[in-house]
Design a protein around this ligand. Structure first.
Ligand code: SF4
Length: 287
């Protein structure tokens, strides 16, 4: 198979591109998303939410390349045999790239690892996501924006999951840049239109030292079911994931859907959908 731009061997099939042309195609796609949605301002202080996986490592690398100084912020949920390894990879990457890394853990903040919290509760991803979002927001407050490695697959899944569960009040989260809201650090997602396959190929071709293992709890998640269904649909009808996101953005614009109904937790002061936030409610149930 030959590259559609030169006579080199293609290393990626859709589009058919050699290593050099795939890397420039991918970087241009990310840079176009940043420009289209005005994700980054020159003066912005940016922190990147990192896990040591391919997506966040890729966006950490590219934002440093495009923007200059960035800081990495990682949350150690306490997932034995998984997060400990990805954090080793992340520390090595940050050292090599000369990026400051800050790590906070569930154990230090809430007195428990995710593994031990789950002995008392089901739904690992819901517990994990609630605590992780809280810590990321809390420790990103001295920055203008927090960049995450969410790719097109993640975002299309999130849109479908929120619709399926009737959580239309959360659809605003699946945007390339979240609205400004008191108490929230704005989130940006420069990989919004890059498929999971494209990000994996970029990380491999760039030689990033990242593992491709998945969290042991992923099989239990609703996201995993949606992911499998969406992948099947994408192979039958290529372009499905991109269409979901483009239509989602059109709809959000049309209905001017925003982060509405937020209050501030009476206990910790963080943004909340009720008088007491989910983090305070969940933490209490573990005591
Ligand atoms: Fe957390 Fe679920 Fe992701 Fe594992 S798969 S890191 S439990 S959100």
């Amino acid at each position: 198979m030959i590259c559609s731009k030169c006579k080199e061997r293609a290393v990626f099939l859709e589009p058919k591109l050699c290593k050099k042309h795939f890397i420039s195609y991918f970087e241009k796609k990310v840079s176009d998303t940043i420009k289209r949605f005005k994700l980054v301002d020159k003066k912005d202080k940016i922190v990147v939410a990192c896990s040591g996986g391919k997506d966040s490592t890729t966006i950490l690398y590219l934002l440093k390349k495009f923007h200059g100084k960035v800081t990495a912020l990682a949350i150690d949920e306490g997932i034995s045999g998984y997060r400990d390894q990805t954090l080793v990879d992340l520390k090595k990457f940050c050292k090599k790239e000369n990026v400051e890394l800050k790590v906070y853990s569930f154990k230090d903040e809430f007195g428990r690892t995710l593994d031990s919290m789950l002995k008392q509760r089901d739904h690992p991803c819901s517990v994990c996501g609630t605590f992780r979002r809280y810590l990321l927001n809390k420790y990103a407050k001295s920055f203008d924006k927090i960049a995450t490695g969410h790719n097109m697959d993640d975002e299309a899944q999130a849109v479908l999951m929120n619709i399926a569960k009737g959580n239309t009040n959360l659809l605003w989260r699946s945007m390339p840049i979240t609205p400004k809201k008191k108490g929230f650090v704005q989130r940006i997602k420069p990989l919004y239109f890059c498929s999971e396959k494209e990000v994996a190929a970029y990380a491999l071709l760039k030689g990033f030292n990242v593992g491709f293992t998945e969290c042991p709890y992923i099989d239990e998640s609703f996201r995993n079911q949606v992911r499998n269904g969406l992948n099947e649909e994408e192979s039958r009808n290529p372009g499905t994931k991109r269409n979901i996101l483009e239509k989602h953005l059109e709809l959000l614009k049309a209905v001017k859907l925003e982060a509405k109904g937020f209050q501030y937790c009476e206990k910790c002061g963080e943004p909340s959908q009720g008088k007491i936030c989910k983090v305070c409610i969940l933490s209490k149930s573990f005591k």
